[in-house]
Design a protein around this ligand. Sequence first.
Ligand SMILES: [Zn+2]
Length: 331
Amino acid sequence: MAGLSKAELFEAVVNAVNESGWNVLYLAPSTIHPFQIQLYRGDEGYRLRIYIWTLTHGGGSARPADEYRIQVTGVDQLHLFPGEQTLLLGWWEPEGVFAGFDVRKHLGPLGRSPSIQIRRSCLEQAQIAGFSPCDKGNQEIAIAFRPDFFAEYVRQMEPMHDFGQSPEALDILSDLPQHPVINDEAITHLDTNRRRTVISVSRRLRNNDFRRRVLSAYGQRCAICGVQLRLIDAAHIVPVNHDQSSDETCNGLALCALHHRAYDQALLTVSPSYAVMLNAGQAEELNRLALAAGIEEFSRNLRQEILLPKVIAERPHIAYIQLANQIRGWP
Ligand SMILES: [Zn+2]
């Protein structure tokens, strides 16, 4: 497969940032490679330089069938940029997976036709599980990851690549794609930083899994107004912090940003028969406070009944709806 253009690769990066729930600022025109962008969400942000090439098969029968690689062209040398994080990425277009390489291992003059490899099996595992560490030997770890893991990769990339220094620690990281629920005992002997990384990655994998299931069940549409527009969150019906919450799809609702907020604030809810209900008491209170502007239009845009997933087991479970309404103070 021919390499994608830099514009297409830039688009893959921006889509990935959005898919992982973060936002992008363009710090330089997208035609300048390495790309310069800033990632941010709330008050957390990262300035990035991104080297990226298309991942292709190693080519020819002389190379192992499992070997994929980027060919580093168009630059004499890879650099680290002070005050920024430098990413060295490959993008596997057919399956929509990134490979993150440890740029610190590839500084200095490049040889003729330099290439950097990753195993196809790691890319495939990442496609299914969200991410997959790939041991390249010589303490070098490549990380294959899906677009929804992009921001987590940025946040954890150095500590993650550093797992290559300890085979025991790497075993634990490598086990996460299959068993993202970790028990504290298994990680007590890790140092604090590694423990933090493992906990953060495992939480991200579980959240991403929940989000993918819920959004797919609702066709990426808000259950309450039907909007798509990539403005959709996977909301928990019984909130995560409650001890009876779960990550089952039937404890999820796909909601647009507006209706997610309104649901969490109990301005509206869903009844056990799936009717959308506006909180009359709250509407009155808002009226009294002169904060009810737009409420007619807001009510008009609500569906009478929520959109429901086709698969019955994925629909909101009545017990979750009842508990959620009770703990959010509905009469
Ligand atoms: Zn909505």
